[in-house]
Design a binder for this molecule. Sequence first.
Ligand SMILES: Nc1ncnc2c1ncn2[C@@H]1O[C@H](COP(=O)(O)OP(=O)(O)OP(=O)(O)O)[C@@H](O)[C@H]1O
Ligand SMILES: [Mg+2]
Length: 241
Amino acid sequence: MTTDKNKKIALHCQNITKTYGSGASKVQALRGVDLDVYEGELLMLVGPSGCGKTTFVSVVTTLLTFDSGVCDVLGKDLNTLSDAQKVHFRGENIGFVFQSFNLLPSLNAMENVAIPLLIAGVKRETALNKAKEIIDAMGLESKHYSKPNELSGGEQQRVAVARAIVHDPKLIVCDEPTSSLDHESGQMVMKLLKKISEEEHRTLIVVTHDNRIYEYADRMAHMEDGKITRIEENKENKGNE
Ligand SMILES: Nc1ncnc2c1ncn2[C@@H]1O[C@H](COP(=O)(O)OP(=O)(O)OP(=O)(O)O)[C@@H](O)[C@H]1O
Ligand SMILES: [Mg+2]
């Protein structure tokens, strides 16, 4: 993918700052983040632990407020949305895989994946069927009825990815989606995410330390100490074979 001026921008961030805490315990996690992400691209966000990656993706998914700057997501200026509007916007447009998975322990895999559809008012049977399809695409055919504590870390991670994409969101943000996966499962997840970005023109931001999946990126954004320091096209970009 080229950084063609004609490409539509899905996400526009300008000089975003975010500080946690106050006084002696103050941490400035974002120190002026500038980044544009294009519709239909798969952008990887990389950088050392603590540089602000999770903070940044929490801001763009509207889960965390920021202190200053501009953040336009899918044509909405986040500074103008009320909390209620953010909840609605997020439910409709954003899929998020948390670094810590955040699956609901009392629900089985299928029910966890179906949550975004149920919230959107889809009939239970339809929602569970769609959830089943995506779980199967993740290679978890035998785990439909397993609760999170009956799943391995890698299996929980794939359920979390399935839940992020089940409702066809326009923006999908994954925080370390392959950290607990072996090579084969990691490739399976990335192939599916890449397919969604290419064929359905969804925008993906993938935070990762995992150099085994770098080949799936269209561009790599490097973050250091609360700022994007460098963005590069990925010459080795691997489309779906
Ligand atoms: N809720 C919080 N309260 C206070 N400080 C926080 C909070 N969350 C994160 N931080 C601090 O903000 C900085 C950025 O954290 P963040 O989680 O965004 O880093 P990261 O790049 O995602 O790291 P990792 O690769 O380890 O996941 C760190 O110094 C962290 O300690
Ligand atoms: Mg993080």
